[in-house]
Design a protein around this ligand. Structure first.
Ligand SMILES: [Cu+2]
Length: 270
């Protein structure tokens, strides 16, 4: 016959687990997901939310229970019970957080890798461009525009210059300069980013993407938008007194609308 306390612990854990999962699947605090990268990020977020919800509900319930159960009763004036410690309890509450933190660490690494975070941003240690960067960016800036458009690449190359306090986008194809980022839906964009002054950060919450923009060291950020719409670009690095106003927009268009925009703004067509 199992002890009553064991049954109680098991039942409480089960209820807590179910409550945690329910909260994580029913409380939606994230903005719409608009890039191929977003579902991967959201998966990690959900797992962290489950763990957080279990801890929050469990601890709050325990605090409320203790407040009521162990309150001072009328007439009680003595000290509390003298507790000497409990070795197995110490081991248990050290091991459980250790396992949870280790799991979260390894799982986050896996998610970051699946999001492409472990690929070199542009150059490897010897200063060479990695294959993908070379494929997209190899011919740009060093030759006529035709040579880049002929390259067998499906990525759309766009250059981003960040400065206090603006984002400027340059499209090598068509030589377009824009204060807003226009991209077609469903096509990979390769953003080559460099800062003119201090460190800024390119952040689009709906894409679940945030990447530092660094002076003197170009970084490449690849992403594929999956939803047409207008999303904010926010500078996420405190970069000076007007950092809070350093914002822009990314306009994700259907392919035809994007082609029209490209044609209307292209210097080559004039
Ligand atoms: Cu900034």
């Amino acid at each position: 016959m199992p002890k009553l306390s064991a049954i109680l612990t098991l039942t409480t854990s089960l209820i807590l687990g179910i409550a945690g999962v329910w909260v994580a699947y029913n409380v939606d605090m994230l903005p719409v997901s608009a890039s191929m990268n977003a579902p991967v990020y959201d998966e990690l977020y959900r797992v962290l939310f489950i763990i957080g919800a279990i801890l929050f509900i469990g601890m709050t319930a325990l605090v409320i229970y203790s407040l009521i159960q162990f309150r001072r009763r009328p007439g009680e004036t003595g000290d509390g019970v003298n507790l000497e410690g409990n070795i197995s309890l110490e081991i248990f509450w050290t091991a459980v957080p250790a396992i949870v933190v280790l799991f979260v660490g390894l799982y986050s690494y896996d998610i970051y890798d699946r999001m492409g975070g472990m690929q070199p941003l542009m150059h490897d240690h010897s200063g060479q461009m990695d294959n993908q960067a070379e494929r997209v960016w190899g011919g740009i800036g060093s030759g006529p525009i035709e040579s880049s458009s002929k390259k067998n690449s499906s990525s759309l190359p766009i250059e981003l210059t960040a400065m206090q306090f603006a984002f400027i986008f340059h499209y090598p194809k068509g030589d377009i300069i824009s204060g807003e980022l226009h991209v077609p839906v469903g096509r990979e964009v390769s953003l080559k980013m460099e800062s003119k002054d201090v460190i800024h950060a390119f952040w689009v919450p709906q894409f679940r993407l945030k990447q530092d923009v660094i002076p003197g060291q170009p970084t490449i950020l690849n992403f594929t938008p999956t939803k047409a719409g207008n999303f904010p670009i926010v500078c996420a690095e405190l970069c000076g007194p007007y950092h809070g106003g350093m914002r822009s927009n990314v306009i994700v268009d259907e392919q035809e609308d994007f082609d029209t925009w490209l044609k209307e703004n292209s210097k080559e067509s004039i």
